[in-house]
Ligand binder design. Structure first.
Ligand SMILES: O=C(CO)COP(=O)(O)O
Length: 250
């Protein structure tokens, strides 16, 4: 899956069956582009139904259990189950998981490994808070969050990382082009050094991406796509972002 541009939606805890199917059937009619991957991460209860309506749009999960094997873990969904229903990717370490569910690096490393073992492509989400940026810690924080990739050298596939500054998520405050360019260059270099230059890396930007700002973001070096929250919930805005990615890939 070495596409040049990736546009992934993250529905978060949104959606209902009928509305999902309507949105996905519109998305499924967008002309497929050989260099653009389009996908949506959806609540796990909707993965199966989404898969029936979405192709060629990829369908992924928003989270996966820390526990790898079947067992007495009430409420959990394992990576093997995601693979079983056909989920093609899974978000790991979204800032909302880190913030509301106290997921730390050890937990996320295990989740990442579980996804890899089950054959579900992990998308590692990283990003600093505003306080961390203001303290000059942005790169150090992101570097620490990337370190779990070291244990993922078993990967011989595309490494997908989404840089989502926490202060840009759902706020309408998009990072500046300079901030995105600087952090993406840093992430590219850091991941290559972690993986001994042996990886195909795709870096997505996330945080208040919309139809108006996406083209400028896609033009930044080392930006290989976007992870889109709010604007992925409406066909028009998501379709415009896909069009901009397609233009950028041409
Ligand atoms: O968290 C995000 C995607 O994972 C970004 O959300 P928004 O696009 O709504 O800012």
């Amino acid at each position: 899956m070495t596409k040049q541009k990736w546009v992934l939606g993250n529905w978060k805890m949104n959606g209902r069956l009928a509305a999902n199917q309507a949105l996905l059937s519109q998305l499924s009619q967008i002309q497929e582009h050989e260099h653009v991957a389009v996908g949506v991460a959806v609540p796990s209860v909707y993965i199966s139904s989404a898969l029936q309506a979405a192709a060629p749009t990829l369908v992924g999960a928003e989270d996966v259990s820390l526990y790898a094997n079947d067992g007495a873990y009430t409420g959990e969904v394992s990576a093997a189950m995601l693979a079983d229903v056909g989920a093609q990717f899974v978000l790991i370490g979204h800032s909302e998981r880190r913030q509301y569910f106290a997921e730390d690096e050890a937990v996320l490393a295990q989740k990442y490994a579980n996804a890899v073992a089950a054959g579900v492509l992990p998308v590692l989400c990283v990003g600093e808070t505003l306080a961390e940026r203001e303290a000059g810690q942005a790169e150090a924080v992101v570097a620490k969050q990337l370190n779990l990739l070291q244990a993922a050298t078993l990967l011989k596939q595309t490494v997908l990382v989404a840089y989502e500054p926490v202060w840009a998520i759902g706020t309408g405050v998009v990072a500046s082009i300079e901030q995105i360019a600087q952090m993406h260059a840093f992430i590219q270099q850091h991941v290559l050094s972690l993986l001994n230059n042996d990886a195909s890396i795709r870096l997505l930007y996330g945080g208040s991406v919309n139809a108006d700002n996406c083209a400028a973001i896609f033009a930044v070096e080392h930006v290989d796509g976007a992870l889109v929250g709010g604007a992925s919930l409406k066909y028009d805005s998501f379709a415009q972002i896909i069009t901009a990615a397609t233009d950028a890939a041409n």
